[in-house]
Design a protein around this ligand. Sequence first.
Ligand SMILES: [Zn+2]
Length: 191
Amino acid sequence: MHCPFCRHGDSRVVDSRTSDDGTSIRRRRQCPACQRRFTTIETASLSVVKRSGATEPFSRDKIVSGVRKACQGRPVSADDLALLAQKVEETLRGTGSPEIDAYEIGLAILGPLRELDEVAYLRFASVYQAFDSLEDFESSITSLRAERDERAARAAVDATREGSGSRAPSSGTDAPAADQGARPDPEPARD
Ligand SMILES: [Zn+2]
């Protein structure tokens, strides 16, 4: 980068250290032209674009406080919330984009919150997705139920197959269980 003093087009790193929390690196640089020194700070950029158009740095604390209200009275611990915020950050960083719409953050919260607590999920979704009728709740609950039934059915299949770890196809087709048995049996064949 340019020297901030003389605008020389190059600089030399004379020292670099990682911050205590490991999220940034400070580099001490020296300009080869004027010999003056300056500092740069490097972080993995992740900022949130608010509806107003203003941006602010992503904050896990804000995720936690945003979700905490929906979790009131529910069996959700502070550790659960911290883990959820971590998952959300990983999802958002995974998009590779340095700027995230506030709306996308809500979306990234819904998945892990649903796994954590269905009631908290419904509360959060009702505010975030602006439910304005009983039908909105109804369809959301219906999809939660369908998912739960699917999970239960899958668990039952796994149980009858003695935990072989096979997964039922996620498509809507009702593949007969026998079709999944094409895999060779791990037990040695008897004569
Ligand atoms: Zn310089």
